[in-house]
Design a protein around this ligand. Structure first.
Ligand SMILES: NC(=O)c1ccc[n+]([C@@H]2O[C@H](COP(=O)([O-])OP(=O)(O)OC[C@H]3O[C@@H](n4cnc5c(N)ncnc54)[C@H](OP(=O)(O)O)[C@@H]3O)[C@@H](O)[C@H]2O)c1
Length: 278
């Protein structure tokens, strides 16, 4: 992948050396925009039984996740992609849906210049250098050979429906992949998120796709959005936006976010927002 071939820039561990900057110039360093804010995180952990959930996507200026043919690599540039790795490092787990797993076969690992995957205080990952990797896949059709299930010491989890074929589930478990079976035809965030929290996972970065983002927003189970916005227009109603149908007819019913000022990310912009509650 291009991101792995070209790893220019300095070690991106602190805001001073980060290529992602809030504003230009300025004498004192701005807070690191890729770090989870402790007060917001503590509030969610204290008041819910689920992990903190951040949604992340790299999108065109018109909010598209991919072309109508499903091409999405690469919408944003190298600096934004490195920032994406830093975001992974800041979370205890990274989650994708079956659609993204099949389209991109992502590794979901942290790959940063200098090889640092530790994140802020290890992001609650215990001994593993890498965040846990999670796939949402009702039928457990993801093969154990999927790149995100490579055995490197990180936790690997597949969230399936309880009707998933036993043979597939067995083959995954034989390779050390944890399989969590949920009720109903599709795993419901209201069921699997508390199960992940009970397994010690307190922060999750959800990297799409559109259907999974929508499922989490619809369940009021998303806390933050990190959108990397490229100066690129894809257009068309067939190209997917970053959030699939929410079934909202009235603006008054649309979830609103508190937005932070955009942050320059090489030629791209990072937009951050936090869902308003109550
Ligand atoms: N630009 C970016 O940053 C970016 C990031 C990610 C993906 N993408 C692109 O987005 C596309 C994939 O997105 P997508 O929306 O088609 O797929 P997706 O959201 O990744 O996966 C959707 C699938 O997840 C499974 N699933 C299990 N539980 C679910 C639940 N509660 N809610 C929703 N889905 C659940 C379903 O399959 P089962 O019914 O079989 O379980 C569903 O079909 C690809 O083209 C990919 O390249 C782009």
């Amino acid at each position: 992948m291009a991101a792995e071939r070209k790893r220019g820039g300095s070690r991106a561990g602190t805001v001073r050396t980060s290529p992602v900057r809030a504003g230009a110039g300025g004498s004192s360093p701005a807070p690191d925009p890729l770090r989870l804010e402790p007060a917001r995180l503590a509030e969610v952990l204290a008041n819910t039984n689920r992990p903190w959930v951040s949604l992340k996507a790299a999108v065109s200026l018109d909010g598209k996740l991919a072309t109508a043919r499903g091409e999405s690599q690469w919408i944003t540039g190298e600096v934004a992609r490195e920032a994406g790795h830093r975001l992974r490092a800041a979370h205890a787990a990274v989650l994708v849906g079956r659609g993204t797993r099949e389209a991109d076969d992502p590794r979901l690992t942290v790959r940063l210049p200098g090889g640092d995957a530790s994140g802020e205080g290890g992001a609650g990952r215990g001994a593993s250098a890498q965040p846990a990797r999670i796939v949402l896949d009702s039928g457990a059709v993801t093969p154990p050979e999927a790149r995100c299930f490579a055995a490197d010491g990180a936790r690997r989890i597949l969230i399936a429906a309880d009707g998933a074929e036993r043979g597939r589930v067995g083959r995954l478990r034989e390779r050390g992949i944890e399989v969590i079976a949920c009720r109903g035809p599709r795993p419901d965030p209201a069921e699997f998120l508390p199960l992940l929290r009970a397994r010690g996972i307190e922060t999750i970065l959800v990297e799409g796709g559109a259907q999974v983002h929508a499922a989490l927003i619809a369940r009021a189970a998303a806390d933050a959005v990190f959108l990397f916005l490229a100066g690129l227009v894809i257009g068309g109603s067939d190209a997917p936006g970053w959030c699939a149908t929410l079934g909202i007819d009235r603006l008054a019913d649309a979830p609103r976010l508190e937005l932070a000022p955009p942050v320059a990310c090489g030629p791209d912009l990072l937009l951050r927002g936090w869902f308003r509650r109550g």
